[in-house]
Design a protein around this ligand. Sequence first.
Ligand SMILES: Cc1cc2nc3c(=O)[nH]c(=O)nc-3n(C[C@H](O)[C@H](O)[C@H](O)COP(=O)(O)OP(=O)(O)OC[C@H]3O[C@@H](n4cnc5c(N)ncnc54)[C@H](O)[C@@H]3O)c2cc1C
Length: 363
Amino acid sequence: MSNTSSDTAAVETLEWKVRIPKKRIKDKAWMDLKKRVIDTGLCSHCSACAFVCPVQGIISLPDRGIDFPDWEERCIDCEGCLRVCHRWEYTPLSDLGEYIELIAAKSKRFKGQDGAMVTEFMASALEMGIIDRAIFVGRDEEWRPKIYHIRSVEQLRDTRISGTKYSYASVLPELKEAIRVTKKGIGVVGTPCIVTGLRKIQKEFKIFKDKVKLVVGLFCMENFYYDQLRAYLEKKGVDMRKLVKMDITRGKFIATMPDSEISFPVKEMDEIVPHGCERCTDFTDVLADVSVGSVGSKVGYSTVVVRTEIGKEILDYIREKRYAEFSNVIPDVIDKLIKLKKKRIKNIPGEYLTVAYKKDTEK
Ligand SMILES: Cc1cc2nc3c(=O)[nH]c(=O)nc-3n(C[C@H](O)[C@H](O)[C@H](O)COP(=O)(O)OP(=O)(O)OC[C@H]3O[C@@H](n4cnc5c(N)ncnc54)[C@H](O)[C@@H]3O)c2cc1C
């Protein structure tokens, strides 16, 4: 990239200078992004554009898609949003991806959605001194996603921080603050769209490549806008304030409350699956250092895909400290879900896909 100042200075002053993208349509950059990615339903809601935009706090992350209301007056046409958008030129990812180890595991120290291995990996990375801060998606009393900057293992015992929230969360915009204060490095947890957006940011800005030391990805079939999910669940009789856990398992959405459980086929929720999710094929979060999911292992365990050396180093530490119990995975089940997600991809206009992907699907 063509930064004239150092990356660190860029972060501090929020001045981002980026290369001119190859394909410009017309108008200001934001309008290009809107026409090509947002209006076509390709936007994954990863929030990388909100992260990079120097007109701070202007790209809003309301619950119905990314928007920049006053773009005509306020967009400074820096083109940062185009450079970090992973769907501007879209290569859908898929399959199990590269990995060093594939195992089922359950943390002995933490409680989580499944085997709490996401929490365990981050806690161990903090203990090992690889990172001094991790960005987690916790929740408020009504299960609205809330970002937490975790700095100690103790903070991770809060059950509002662990567990799955089936709503989009603005993880990437938090990176700027985290990078400014970290000394050792940052850990990030995210769904495949967040992780793909993060990798794009890391390509553009070296400081994020250097400082984000651990990326734990989540398996993901789909996500929802909080307002829509809440309205849907309330219609089914769920009281968000009493909710203890949400889960999607064996084709069912299960809402657990202290004295009752409400469940229904997840297929019924198709009408509120955002368009961006319908265009995603990445079930296992292939760009993460470690991916964690629930399918493929027995109840109470997490399926863990260790992809990189840093992930392996942390897994070895967890083993050495006996922080987890281990078991085998059932790869066929993971494979089934990978294929299902790939199969249901909805019409992506051909001109938006990269040549590499077109060749792959023609096979
Ligand atoms: C939207 C969504 C859909 C999913 N779909 C599937 C699926 O179809 N099949 C499957 O096997 N697994 C799916 N998962 C993953 C699964 O629900 C568990 O998160 C995973 O098994 C890890 O469990 P754990 O006990 O190790 O995690 P924990 O130790 O409980 O940690 C989970 C962490 O995930 C993060 N998180 C929670 N919600 C979000 C969110 N909305 N956005 C970003 N980060 C978040 C939080 O930081 C949280 O601490 C999905 C997760 C999400 C968020």
